[in-house]
Design a protein around this ligand. Structure first.
Ligand SMILES: Nc1ncnc2c1ncn2[C@@H]1O[C@H](COP(=O)(O)OP(=O)(O)OP(=O)(O)O)[C@@H](O)[C@H]1O
Ligand SMILES: [Mg+2]
Length: 417
């Protein structure tokens, strides 16, 4: 390995005690290579949590090369910002468009990073805690995000600095983290001037509908547009990678599927049944594979075709017996506001992206169903619940949207029944 830069130390907030430890070291090599090694001190302390149970299983003394993302390991890519945060960092640090991902990893603040990892140049963990805006500042945060998005000067200068400093969470849309009065952390996602619909409202609606159908969604709260927000609505989503000050390890489905998102060359590996098998492989309880099947069906019915591999994740549950990985709550489920999609972003069964009963059921055994009849009965019961809870959930939308989504529901139910 030709070393071209200083090593980067990777820190982990221990799932059991909450203490920060150095879990390993990342070293960029030449020509887009990179290597990770678990820290000897981590192994010596008797610790053995794998930060990515599939791609970085715990093997002390082994240097593991990164096969994707120009030499950055998948789970470290998961700890980087996406489109939104990267754009802010490029502006702030005058970086070129083709800035390597590892640069974003270093520049993004540890204070708000996704999951329980942090990075630094010192061998001993040092994770700065920045004050996170509080819930009563929601309107100001929404205003400031709008100004940032429009590349306008700050409205609230201190808040602007804080939002730029902490733009580490992923996703393409403007967002920020807020803390409620109980110490809970929420992601705030405002509407945008170019949106063709009230996206925050649609996201909140989908959450209410999915949860009423029996699926496990991250809780959301809708903040309808108020005059003080310049006519902008916002939705906030409870962060599943935080429990007050405690962070939970997370890994994206992109990492589990061993695919790059965004930017991968092909969607061959984007697949719900493949993801279900990876969940099984890493010891996620069987019920979570059915939950994934249910979410696939729900996305098909509501027309959420933005169900890409970074919109699913796993989270480490320290309270489970001995600690274990679980499918994270559903998030970023938004019915397509422009058209009723015929395809999902991920395969429902091998090679099939189409929203049809055949595609839903063809690989049902890979989700843990005993046979096709069992899967078909489970599917029909879920479709009944999805159909039966629509009327209540849709009350949050206005008349035109109710009509559009009611027609979509009937259309898709006919394809899936
Ligand atoms: N409730 C949550 N708890 C913890 N992390 C979350 C939660 N919701 C989203 N995330 C993380 O933040 C990222 C961005 O959030 P989200 O997908 O909602 O934003 P987006 O900008 O709409 O995304 P996209 O780029 O898919 O349009 C997700 O990929 C996920 O890593
Ligand atoms: Mg997303």
């Amino acid at each position: 390995m030709l070393i071209t830069s200083k090593p980067l130390f990777v820190y982990l907030q221990r799932p059991d005690t909450g203490d920060w430890v150095t879990v390993g070291r990342y070293q960029a090599g030449s020509e887009g290579t990179g290597y990770f090694r678990y820290a000897p001190s981590y192994a010596d302390a008797g610790l053995n949590w794998a930060i990515d149970p599939l791609n970085l299983p715990f093997h002390p003394d082994v240097e593991i090369a990164a096969p994707r993302y120009g030499g950055l390991h998948d789970v470290l890519r998961d700890a980087c910002p996406d489109g939104w945060g990267q754009a802010l960092l490029r502006r702030e640090h005058k970086l070129p468009q083709n800035t390597p991902m590892a640069r974003y990893l270093v520049l993004a603040s540890n204070a708000d990073r996704w999951g329980a990892l942090a990075v630094g140049t010192r061998p001993k963990p040092s994770v700065a805690a920045l004050a996170i805006p509080k819930l009563p500042q929601l309107q100001q945060v929404v205003e400031e995000l709008a100004a940032l998005n429009a590349q306008q000067p700050p409205v609230h200068a201190r808040l602007r600095r804080r939002l730029v400093e902490t733009a580490s969470v992923g996703g393409a849309r403007p967002k920020a983290t807020l803390q409620d009065e109980d110490g809970g952390y929420w992601l705030v996602k405002p509407s945008l001037p170019n949106d063709v619909a009230d996206i925050p409202r649609l996201e909140h609606f989908a959450r209410q509908w999915g949860a009423a159908s029996g699926l496990r969604f991250a809780p959301t709260v809708l903040h309808p547009a108020a005059p003080g927000q310049g006519g902008r609505s916002a939705v906030r989503v409870l962060r599943f990678d935080r429990n007050r000050e405690r962070r939970a390890m997370c890994v994206s489905a992109a990492s589990l599927l061993q695919t790059e998102y965004p930017g991968g060359l092909s969607n061959d590996r984007w697949s719900y049944p493949r993801l279900a098998e990876e969940l099984r492989w890493i010891g996620v309880p069987a019920e979570d594979r059915r939950e994934l099947f249910g979410r696939m069906v729900f996305n098909a019915v509501c027309g959420n075709d933005d169900d890409h591999p970074r919109n699913h994740a796993i989270v480490f549950d320290a309270d489970a017996d001995g600690g274990g990985w679980r499918l994270a709550p559903a998030f970023d489920v938004v019915p397509n506001p422009v058209e009723t999609p015929a395809y999902l972003a991920m395969q429902l069964s091998t090679g099939r992206f189409d929203i049809t009963r055949e595609a839903v059921l063809a690989d049902a055994h890979r989700f843990g169903f005993g046979n096709r009849e069992e899967a078909a009965a489970w599917l029909d019961a879920l479709l009944d619940r999805i159909g039966g809870t629509f009327d209540d959930a849709v009350e949050t939308l206005d008349g035109a949207w109710r009509q559009l989504l009611a027609e979509r529901l009937q259309y898709n139910l006919a394809l899936l029944r």
